[in-house]
Design a protein around this ligand. Structure first.
Ligand code: FAD
Ligand code: NAP
Length: 302
């Protein structure tokens, strides 16, 4: 029986754990993958205050070690169902149940699928959602990046370390990515742009050979040859196990106020999985700290 159970060990969950354990709460983090969450897939982080440039795995390691040092218990496992009303709250894992008087949901987000033919069939055979993981396979080859947000542009820049050319295919004629990333991309001789175009199909038999794109201006179609396709068309909240809980919006994000509280007493959410105007490491960590403080105050009332 815990004071606080945190689901997810990304920056939101780790920050919540550090604040809760330092407040003497008996705290457990349940994580189904690697500590650090999405940070593990980011080679260079340049916007976390105090670090001009830090590797995602390195920052993950530091946050994780700090959490363990202050007394957070770590449990490897996936929460498959949750009973959050009343006391205690119960989290169902494959190998048992965890009970706690309060819960912070910090399950983050994962890449959205594009939903075109060839995407599933060629996943792992040229189609990827992680440049940091797979970029090195495309040494001196042509690759395509789909999307126009921070992820697409940042990862396109990363891919120029290996690829011969990187073509960003975007459905509009302006990028959504932050200005500093845009400037770097426009100034990189390896990066090309195909504007106002939607990918209709990823081509290839046993591995990717290119993508079929259609112009949304004149409806013309053409095949862009490539050996790799990196898809960055946004993220999807990891909240499937909360369906029916009444705390999700229509897109699956957990609805909270500025105090990170959901509509269920004693249940909080932090980071990318909640309704928030900014999905970054710094805001996820900030959310985690706020959620832990309000969880502490809630526990005081029991
Ligand atoms: P996550 O990091 O997603 O962590 C959630 C954790 O919960 C995961 O480890 C997951 O395994 C776990 N989990 C999910 N469901 C369950 C379950 N049911 N049971 C148990 N565990 C579960 N932000 C920046 O500030 N700077 C950057 O440079 C930057 N670069 C990025 C590059 C890319 C390619 C991407 C995709 C994102 C980048 N971001 C960057 C965004 C940043 O990584 C996220 O905003 C941040 O990681 C969100 O933290 P989080 O803790 O809310 O969620
Ligand atoms: P995002 O900001 O939602 O951008 C998704 C991009 O994909 C948009 O350009 C969108 O086009 C495009 N898109 C969406 N659906 C599409 C479809 N069906 N077909 C073609 N294109 C489609 O997602 P993200 O870039 O993954 O970023 C997610 C979060 O992580 C953001 O909050 C971001 O700030 C954060 N992040 C930060 C950094 C950093 O370095 N600071 C790096 C990575 C991620 P439109 O522009 O037309 O909508």
């Amino acid at each position: 029986m815990y004071d606080l159970a945190i689901v997810g060990g990304g920056p939101a969950g780790l920050a919540a754990g550090i604040y809760a354990a330092r407040a003497n709460l008996k705290t457990i983090i349940i994580e189904r993958g690697l500590h650090g969450g999405q940070m593990q897939n980011t080679l260079d982080i340049e916007n976390y205050p105090g670090f001009e440039n830090v590797g995602g795995p390195e920052l993950s390691e530091q946050m994780y070690n700090q959490a363990l040092k202050v007394g957070v218990e770590w449990k490897f496992g996936e929460v498959q169902a949750a009973q959050l009303e009343g006391q205690p709250k119960t989290l169902q894992l494959r190998d048992g149940v965890i009970e706690a008087n309060s819960v912070i949901l910090a399950t983050g987000a994962k890449p959205r699928r594009l939903g075109v033919p060839g995407e599933t069939e060629l996943a792992g055979r040229g189609v990827s959602y992680c440049a940091t993981c797979d970029g090195a396979f495309f040494e001196d080859l042509d690759v395509i990046v789909i999307g126009g947000g921070d992820s697409a542009v940042k990862e396109a820049l990363f891919l120029t370390r290996y690829a011969k050319t990187v073509t960003i295919v975007h459905r509009r004629d302006t990028l959504r990515a932050e200005a500093i990333l845009q400037d770097r991309a426009y100034g990189n001789p390896k990066i090309r742009f195909v504007w106002n175009s939607q990918v209709e199909r990823i081509e290839g038999d046993s591995k990717v050979s290119g993508v079929l794109v259609r112009s949304i201006k004149d409806n013309s179609a053409r095949v862009l040859p490539a050996s790799g396709v990196f898809i960055y068309v946004g993220v999807k909240p990891c909240s499937d196990f909360l369906m029916g809980s009444g705390i999700l919006d229509e897109q699956g994000y957990i609805i909270t106020g500025a105090d990170m509280a959901t509509s269920i007493p004693g249940v909080y959410a932090a980071g990318d999985v909640r309704t928030t105007p900014l999905r970054q490491i710094v805001s996820a960590a900030g959310d985690g700290a706020v959620a832990a403080m309000y969880a502490y105050q809630y526990l005081e009332t029991l």
